[in-house]
Design a protein around this ligand. Structure first.
Ligand code: HEC
Length: 169
């Protein structure tokens, strides 16, 4: 008798849970929002080209020496620091230095090159560009600053080198 009651109790609660969920999903429509309800300001990948037109490499030089040189060497041939040497990085293959051991996150992007747009997206939020990256920089939300920095990066290394042709594969 006791076991019967126990069984009935389990059965009844199972049935009522099922009914609640059935009624709930019938009454509440399942609609995923077309757009996320909020987006973090400045974290959208904005086209950088319009900002490149007014970029100032001298301002970028100052910014890089404030923000980046604690981890990155900028002189050609200088050894890598916490991060890889950035001389000639503009146009280079992503994670392309054999001397530096990149995170798997950045190595996963090796098919691409550091175009201005890729650099801009990276500097907007390294963690979003390559989730799991070791570059612990929160990001630079200001597109003017990113453009200045990218313009400065173009002046480093072998500036005369032709832009690499896209990967033929
Ligand atoms: C706290 C240290 C740190 C700071 C500050 C920092 N970086 Fe980095 N950076 C790294 C590390 C570490 C990596 C390698 C990331 C990986 O392997 O995931 C990296 C990678 C890069 C790469 C990719 C290079 C390649 O060869 O593919 C670029 C470009 C870069 N950083 C630019 C910058 C710029 C520009 C700044 C300043 C705005 C900056 N970084 C500030 C640590 C830093």
């Amino acid at each position: 008798m006791f076991l019967n009651r126990l069984g009935a109790a389990f059965l009844l609660s199972g049935v009522s849970v099922w009914m609640c969920s059935a009624v709930g999903s019938a009454v509440v429509p399942q609609t995923a929002p077309a757009k996320p309800a909020f987006s973090l300001p400045g974290l959208d990948n904005k086209p950088i080209a319009p900002f490149m037109a007014h970029a100032d490499a001298a301002r970028g030089d100052a910014l890089v020496h404030q923000v980046c040189t604690s981890c990155h060497a900028m002189d050609e041939g200088a050894s890598d620091g916490v991060g890889p040497n950035l001389s000639g990085v503009a146009g280079r293959r992503i994670a392309g230095l054999s001397s530096y051991s990149y995170s798997a996150a950045l190595k996963g992007q090796q098919k691409q090159f550091w175009s201005d747009q890729a650099l801009s997206d990276w500097l907007t939020s390294p963690a979003r560009f390559a989730p799991g990256t070791r570059m612990s920089l929160v990001g630079l939300p200001d597109p003017t600053q990113r453009a200045d920095i990218i313009a400065y990066l173009h002046t480093l290394g072998d500036a005369e080198a032709p832009a690499p042709s896209p990967d033929p594969r």
